[in-house]
Ligand binder design. Structure first.
Ligand SMILES: Cc1cc2nc3c(=O)[nH]c(=O)nc-3n(C[C@H](O)[C@H](O)[C@H](O)COP(=O)(O)O)c2cc1C
Length: 371
């Protein structure tokens, strides 16, 4: 992860999200910090997401006075959202705070943005739904399609507003930090929606990640486009396909009924040679030509990053690790602080670029600086 420059023990209100990152790092046990912060391979994809996004510059317009302020609200995945941001699915949030997904859902509700509950949430979906936030539910391709279908039905019954299928994990990539730590879940953190993870996820094995061991057993590396057609036919809910980088795959997903694609390399946690997600975005947007909605994740940290993503043609972003930093550092209040900061920064970014609304951002000129 990037060096934050923030000193230890920075308490909220944070003025930069990097302060939340530092506070989380100070607070978390080293192996859990590594699970959250780490990536696959030599972590060049993880850092590449950040550096490439920072190379995107936007040419502001002037004298577009905005007496009414800026308008950030829009629909994403057919859900109303107060800003073009959705909280990314991230497994086992009780790892970083006992309230875990419940606290994140509460912050999402307060902020008026959708929250993608991960299949591997550490509270049951129904309990998270009781909080009353706008929820989307994320799935992996489980080998057992019966269990997968049961999860879709549970999501519908719990009032989820979209199904997210993650397509970039045929197997979980080698994540060296987790291997080195022999990472396993603490006894009190379990997969709240599955009853068959058994002792696997809690058993520390030197040189292995228990989370990866479980996924190797449970996930289906043979999933293909006909499986997406099958899933599309199972539910009326909007379908979000997460983990697209090639424009040809984006078109295939749209042709099979995806409402939204998420251009993502899983935060640098999967293919160690993957293209930075923001570099993959413009060709996807161009090839889709409006056939479906496009979200970006990977390295989005600030309101300036939201502006960059929108100017590159995304309809919105998924916000990942910073949410866990806020949660680890200060529970639900920390998540609210991080989300509030992102909203304030995004409003400011629009105002300073002469944009009254999100449509105007799309018209801005983008330039990529060379290293
Ligand atoms: C700790 C952690 C757990 C994650 N778990 C999942 C998951 O269960 N399902 C999924 O689709 N993506 C998962 N992701 C990937 C995120 O949804 C998102 O793509 C990524 O975090 C974006 O990168 P960023 O956090 O650097 O912005 C996880 C990411 C992290 C950091």
């Amino acid at each position: 992860m990037s060096s934050t420059g923030a000193g230890p023990g920075v308490t909220p209100p944070w003025t930069r999200v990097a302060e939340a990152e530092q506070a989380a790092r100070d607070r978390l046990p080293a192996d859990i910090w590594d699970f959250v912060a780490g990536g696959s391979g030599d972590e060049s994809v993880l850092t590449g997401n950040l550096t490439e996004l920072n190379r995107i510059t936007v040419v502001p317009r002037v004298l577009n006075g905005q007496p009414g302020g800026v308008r950030l609200a829009r629909q994403l995945g057919r859900s109303e959202t107060r800003m073009p941001v959705v909280i990314a699915p991230m497994a086992y949030q009780r790892l970083v705070h006992p309230q875990g997904e419940l606290a994140v859902a509460e912050a999402a509700r307060a902020e008026g943005i959708p929250y993608v509950v991960p299949m591997l949430s550490s509270h049951p979906l129904e309990k998270i739904a009781d909080v009353g936030a706008t929820l989307w539910f994320q799935l992996y391709w489980l080998r057992d399609r019966g269990v997968l279908l049961d999860l879709v039905r549970r999501a519908e019954q719990a009032g989820c507003r979209a199904i997210v299928i993650t397509v970039d994990v045929p197997v979980m990539a080698r994540r060296p930090r987790d291997l080195r730590n022999g990472f396993a879940l603490p006894a009190d953190v379990t997969a709240g929606n599955l009853d068959d993870t058994g002792p696997t996820t809690h058993t520390r094995v030197p040189g292995a990640s228990a989370v990866a061991t479980h996924s190797a057993v449970a996930f289906d590396p043979a999933a293909c486009w006909s499986d997406l057609e099958w899933l599309r036919a199972q539910t009326e809910l909007p379908l979000v396909v997460k983990g697209i980088l090639d424009p040809r795959d984006a078109v295939r997903a749209a042709e099979r009924g995806a409402d939204t694609v998420v251009v993502s390399n899983h935060g640098g946690r999967q293919l160690p040679a993957a293209v930075p997600s923001c570099a993959a975005l413009p060709p996807v947007v161009e090839r889709l030509a409006g056939r479906c909605e496009v979200l970006l994740d990977g390295g989005v940290r600030t309101g300036a990053d939201v502006l960059r993503a929108l100017a590159l043609g995304a309809d919105g972003v998924m916000y990942g690790r910073p949410v866990l930093w806020g949660l680890a550092a200060d529970g639900g209040a920390g998540v609210r602080t991080v989300l509030g900061l992102l909203r304030t920064e995004t409003e400011e970014a629009l105002l300073l670029s002469g944009c009254a609304d999100l449509a105007a951002v799309r018209q801005l000129t983008v330039a990529r600086t060379v290293a």
